[in-house]
Design a binder for this molecule. Structure first.
Ligand SMILES: NC(=O)c1ccc[n+]([C@@H]2O[C@H](COP(=O)([O-])OP(=O)(O)OC[C@H]3O[C@@H](n4cnc5c(N)ncnc54)[C@H](OP(=O)(O)O)[C@@H]3O)[C@@H](O)[C@H]2O)c1
Length: 277
């Protein structure tokens, strides 16, 4: 990993967080190349990190070992087709774009046995607390697997899934998941202010509670349901609140929400995977 040259196509939020994570992890910034059409975006990057920047994707991609596609899913097809004529056989392509399938990228690249990894990170990657799932096509070598994993691990958790179909469930769970937790926290904060707490006190107590619960669950071998049962004394306040949530159908609501997100992920994959004229 140390000696490889990594090129990012697209220098936006996710690229910035991955670059920051890699450099913090000890990766040499001199081996990082970034292209973006917006000079101000590149300037913001070089103000922070001594990386190489380009407004031409082809110039940035020259001689790189790993190419990370960090553009919006809608821009991905055009970018892959632009890079295709100069693709090199031992190069690894990593796409972090939501929804775009491995086979579609391989077809656009039009290169036999192109090694491609698809990753689904999430927004907490911006604060090095991301959760990403990855899947690879058959052309990806063991070494390239390790390389892709270590790049994503620089900004949080990285887990492989054995079947690309599961990426829709991943998108529904961890890809879109931060928003569900923001909503839950927003609702709890609001309820607390309605009961008389000032906004700042409600916010701090709520956020620290969410953080503490996640930390406790991560550090425990017990399931989340055991942890919940353990803090629910019979006849107590937590039990009364949980009854309200169950009676209101919270579990069913989450099930429906995740199914809806996974369906949308599938729809986007079909829509964006079609060849543009
Ligand atoms: N943010 C997340 O939490 C998150 C989570 C999971 C997956 N992702 C995926 O990560 C990818 C990047 O997301 P993001 O949030 O970082 O988006 P972003 O901030 O909009 O970054 C994308 C960058 O690519 C640039 N760009 C546009 N067309 C380009 C081209 N032809 N060649 C090179 N660069 C080009 C954009 O420039 P302009 O702004 O000038 O167009 C922008 O600076 C997306 O595919 C998204 O699905 C993001």
């Amino acid at each position: 990993m140390k000696d490889c040259k990594i090129t990012f196509i697209g220098g936006g939020n996710m690229a910035r967080s991955l670059i920051g994570g890699l450099i913090e992890d000890g990766f040499n910034p001199d081996h990082i190349h970034v292209s973006d059409p917006e000079p101000l975006c590149l300037q913001a990057l070089t103000d922070k990190y001594p990386v190489h920047t380009y407004t031409s994707n082809l110039s940035a991609a020259k001689n790189c070992n790993v190419l990370i596609l960090a553009v919006k899913p809608q821009q991905l097809q055009a970018v892959v087709k632009q890079l295709a004529p100069e693709w090199e056989s031992d190069r690894l392509l990593i796409s972090i774009a939501a929804g775009i399938k491995l086979d579609d990228m391989a077809r656009w690249l039009a290169f036999d046995d192109a090694a491609i990894v698809r990753a689904m990170p999430n927004t907490p990657s911006l604060v090095q607390a991301g959760a990403a799932a990855l899947c690879a096509n058959d052309a990806v070598s063991r070494q390239q697997h390790e390389l892709a994993e270590s790049i994503l691990r620089a900004v949080g958790l990285a887990i492989w899934v054995d079947d690309e179909v599961k990426m829709d469930a991943v998108t529904a769970l961890s890809g879109s998941g931060p928003a569900y937790f923001f909503l839950v926290m927003e609702a709890m904060e609001f309820a607390a202010t309605e009961m008389g707490l000032d906004a700042e006190t409600a916010r701090l107590l709520c956020l620290q509670t969410a953080f503490g619960a996640a930390k406790m669950a991560l550090e425990s071998d017990e399931s989340t349901s055991t942890l919940r049962e353990r803090v629910t004394s019979p006849g107590g306040t937590t039990e009364r609140a949980l009854h309200e949530l169950d009676d209101g159908g919270l579990r069913g609501l989450f099930e429906n929400a995740l199914i809806a997100a996974a369906l949308r992920s599938r729809e986007l994959a079909t829509q964006l995977g079609e060849d543009n004229a």
